[in-house]
Design a protein around this ligand. Structure first.
Ligand code: HEC
Length: 244
């Protein structure tokens, strides 16, 4: 901005200031009215449409897999992408905090007088990149596989009833919450339990079944599953028995 532009700006500013209305009470009143209207709309919507609360919380559940609200999907996705545990705090707390601090410092860092987005290439590019990155991460987080589903191809050797059993086991294991503590292929969490991707090469089926009935804490026992639906338990063990 050169001197001439600056003078012009100051003249325009002085004129507008002389003609305009003061912030208090005019602008404050406008903002206040809009805030009240929006509150009223939200109250009416919650009365008419109701609020989605989800199923009742079950404090005894050991297999609940929490999912964040949609506006935290970008952080959730960041957490899923970042594998080394030492980097997780940096990525999920460090990066957003640094971003917020930078935003607060922006008026002190960027002393340029230009306001048009096209004349502020660094700020505009950064803004677009951040919005794009957050949008992308939100999309990826939202479309990430369900934590109760195992995405995996059946071993090529399986066919007929064995394949049906494997499919059934894949679904049962997914729905039993094992992924909260175990990683199976690309699915689930790496810990607190060991990876199960190659469990069959370590434990025979009988030992797997024994672990499910009589696990070491914090793993919950799946003894009840065996008594309540033995065929599900069997399918689960067959599926795990193919992970070699
Ligand atoms: C609350 C967390 C948790 C859940 C849920 C869980 N496990 Fe585990 N699991 C563990 C832990 C921790 C261990 C290691 C125990 C130990 O120290 O021996 C383990 C061990 C195992 C082992 C033995 C692994 C080995 O290498 O010896 C198998 C097999 C296993 N789990 C299968 C399952 C299956 C199948 C499910 C779901 C039906 C399941 N687990 C659910 C935490 C869990």
């Amino acid at each position: 901005m050169n001197r001439k532009e600056k003078e012009e700006y100051l003249r325009e500013y002085g004129q507008l200031k002389a003609e305009g209305e003061p912030f208090f009470p005019y602008a404050v009143a406008h903002d206040g009215i809009i805030a009240v209207v929006i509150m009223a709309i939200i109250i009416v919507m919650s009365l008419v449409l109701g609020a989605e609360l989800g199923p009742k919380a079950d404090p005894t559940s050991t297999t609940y897999v929490p999912r964040p609200e949609w506006y935290f999907f970008f952080l959730f996705e960041l957490l899923r992408i970042i594998k080394p545990p030492q980097l997780v705090p940096l990525a999920t707390i460090g990066v957003p905090t640094i971003g917020i601090i930078l935003l607060m410092l922006l008026p002190f860092l960027d002393r340029g007088a230009e306001r048009h987005p096209l004349k502020r290439p660094i700020a505009t590019t950064t803004g677009i990149l951040v919005i794009f990155a957050m949008g992308y991460l939100t999309f990826m987080g939202a479309s990430a596989g369900s934590p109760n589903e195992i995405e995996m191809k059946a071993p090529a050797a399986l066919a007929g009833p064995a394949l049906v059993e494997w499919e059934k086991g894949r679904i049962v294991v997914g729905q039993s919450g094992c992924l909260a503590c175990h990683k199976i292929g690309e699915n689930g969490n790496d810990g607190p339990g060991p990876q199960l991707t190659h469990i069959a090469s370590k434990l025979p089926e009988a030992a797997i079944a024994q672990t499910l009935r009589n696990p070491t804490a914090p793993m919950p026992s799946f003894k009840n599953l065996q008594t309540e639906s033995p065929e599900k338990f069997k399918a689960m063990v067959s599926f795990l028995g193919q992970l070699n």
